[in-house]
Design a protein around this ligand. Sequence first.
Ligand SMILES: [Cu+2]
Length: 283
Amino acid sequence: MRTGIFLFLITVTILITASCNKNESEPEKGIIEIHFTHSVDGKPVQFDQLIYTNTAGNQFMITDIKYFISRLIFINEEGKSVVITQDEGIHYVDCDLGKTLRWKIGTMPDGNYTAISFVFGLDEEDNISNRFVNPPESNFSWPNYMGGGYHYMQINGRFLNKEGKITNMNIHTGIGQIYNGNNEVTEFVQNFFTVNLPVKFSINEDNTTILTIDMEILRWFDTPNVYNFDEYGTAIMQNQHAQQMLKENGGNVFVEIMKYEVRSKKYEEYLPRWRGTKGVNKK
Ligand SMILES: [Cu+2]
């Protein structure tokens, strides 16, 4: 009996302490998620169909889209940065794996935000060989003799080459190499880049804020560099020139297309609105 009262008093004390802490020092917190979609010319990507044409005039199809984003930072209206540490700040997106199209970041301080920024791929500090031991991330490794670590991205597909033959198109980005006349590596080149996206959103207590970030695939191949698959498309992991062109184009491929703020309990109603996933388009 005395033990019961004692436990009761402890519980009351903890509850009072917890609520005091919340009122006095803890900022209010809402939940944030980022969803990833993929478009071609503004429409959800359709996989495995030879229906697309890039600016260089190559007819192509897409079979896979996979990539890392990392070092996600939210900037609030006072210009302060909130660095995302969830999952070590690294997220893998794979259109074959629906759950990767949704990054549950968790709670964030309430407030108004004006921009986000992230690294496309992994920066030099994060891109360490063998840091991921399980698939799918572990399948994304980049050979050590090419600089090691992981691919930043794979867009795979096929295209109609200038001889009229269907050929593989493997847009794989990662650490580049400089070769000497004897075909020996003299230098590695970091090809990750930072994407800055102005996006106004707010985070409010007990609500879930969802930002949908869209990758416009065609932009990889035209601004500022027109990227021709006949020149570069088949295998570019050892082609720093191609890597550099994609790195320069990559800053333009992401746009914020939707934001929702929902009471947590209404959240499930939102889910069917997802688009651009491979599963949805294939059926
Ligand atoms: Cu590769």
